[in-house]
Ligand binder design. Structure first.
Ligand code: ATP
Ligand code: 5RP
Length: 404
């Protein structure tokens, strides 16, 4: 008996084909709703390909980071740039990890855990281990969404530690896949139009974990230390290496402005931007390509100890040419951020002061007084610009026939 799945096409122009062992290659022109047999053990060798017209294809963004490293906060800043509030699917599983707004759908890759909490314990693997994740399904579903086809995505329930029944994800304008492994599998990586890695140094990760898990969740210092230590080998093996593939990396380190600081409160944040990425022009300070060091604490920016220092310049990162914008220190007054903003170029803002406006709007989010919030907001604007460029270039280009 064949297993049937309903795929709803986003676009009236979606073009689909199915190749089966018996009927070599059938093509469909999509009208509204299509019923297809899904590739399964019972329908061996059925391959279904279905794509929206190029102009309507979903733009896919990857955001990688370890747990507790600011992905949700970044996503809230990003969706705000697009103007809408993101909410879980209406009427769905209350423990869904998905967030939907007018323009964006954010899915959490934890939903592709193939082993639930008990399964991982029995097999002695962590959630970071590729063996605990279903990359084939992740690839098939992200590809389907990119091609304009809705999917039944599983849900990993963080409350129960179980895999819940799936939820339908319809193709949005922008799909963000966030989690531990968006750039781990080459097939998934190739689907990304832009990728970001949040690289939080161990010292800072520890400080944030203590703040959240001790203060907000009642965990003990020892248990937090033990959990970080237990994850570290797999983090080093499977998560950290993904940063080499990212188009932008936000690196968060302890400050260099306070000698031997180990509090992790004042941060040095580096925005590492790959050169030559399609539809992405790195931000620069004063003079593109030059090496600049700037302490803006004068008449226009209030700085208390230890002050603020910006640096900017070209560098290499995993063999790639990059531009790096760095901010060490923190802002005293967010409204004065406009002074810094006005010295940066290629921000992709739509009006003078947009970065400052976004920062003021979310002044209560973690990291709003330092480079984490500032650079996350800038990357949000760059993603909006990338999306608009992709859409504009598709609109200008002749519609290509879908490939089977
Ligand atoms: N920029 C920041 N500055 C200070 N603390 C931060 C910052 N970003 C995140 N945090 C701390 O880390 C915690 C986790 O942040 P967030 O929920 O955004 O991370 P996450 O990667 O989505 O976590 P998880 O994967 O566990 O859901 C926050 O509650 C806060 O304590
Ligand atoms: O690394 C993680 C990503 O968020 C989680 O630890 C993983 O998803 C397992 O979740 P839980 O601890 O709720 O079972």
């Amino acid at each position: 008996m064949a297993v049937c799945t309903v795929y709803t096409a986003q676009s009236l122009n979606s073009s689909c084909s199915i190749s089966t062992p018996s009927k070599s290659h059938l093509r469909f022109h999509q009208k509204q709703v299509i019923f297809f047999t899904k590739r399964s053990r019972n329908t061996r060798n059925h391959v279904i390909t279905c794509s929206a017209s190029d102009a309507e294809k979903t733009v896919v963004i990857g955001l990688a980071a370890d747990s507790g490293c600011g992905k949700s906060t970044f996503m809230r800043r990003l969706t705000s740039v697009f103007g809408g509030a993101a909410e879980p699917p209406k009427g769905g599983n209350p423990d869904s990890n998905t967030l939907i707004s007018d323009m964006t759908t954010v899915i959490c890759l934890d939903d592709y855990h193939s082993l639930d909490r008990t399964g991982r314990k029995e097999k002695g693997v962590t959630a970071l281990d590729p063996r605990a994740n279903d990359f084939d399904l992740m690839y098939e579903q992200v590809k389907a969404i990119k091609d304009g086809v809705a999917v039944d995505k599983p849900i990993y329930n963080h409350v129960s530690g179980l895999l819940d029944p799936p939820e339908v994800i319809k193709p949005p304008k922008i799909l963000v896949i966030e989690g531990l492994h968006p750039m781990y599998d080459e097939r998934v990586r190739d689907l990304l139009d832009f990728s970001i890695y949040l690289d939080i140094s161990n010292e800072v990760k520890f400080a944030w974990k203590i703040q959240r898990d001790m203060a907000e969740r009642g965990h003990s210092l020892e248990s937090i230390k033990a959990s970080i230590e237990a994850r570290k080998p797999d983090f080093d093996a499977y998560i950290d290496p993904q940063k080499q593939y990212a188009d932008a990396v936000i690196e968060v380190l302890p400050t260099q402005l306070i000698p031997d600081d180990n509090e992790g409160k004042v941060l040095r944040v580096r925005l590492i931007m790959k050169e030559g990425v399609k539809n992405f022009n790195p931000v620069y300070l004063f003079d593109e390509g030059s090496t600049i060091s700037w302490i803006p604490c004068g008449r226009k920016l209030t700085c208390s100890y230890p002050g603020i220092k910006f640096t900017y310049g070209p560098d290499t990162y995993f063999g790639n040419e990059v531009s790096v914008l760095e901010m060490d220190g923190q802002f005293d007054r967010l409204d004065e951020l406009i002074y810094v903003e006005s010295h940066l170029s290629n921000l992709s803002s739509k009006f003078y002061g947009e970065v400052t406006q976004q920062m003021l709007k979310h002044a209560d989010f973690p990291g709003s007084n330092n480079g984490t919030g500032f650079f996350q907001t800038i990357v949000g604007l760059k993603i909006r610009d990338l999306y608009e460029q992709i859409v504009a270039s598709r609109a200008g280009a002749p519609v290509t026939a879908a490939k089977a």
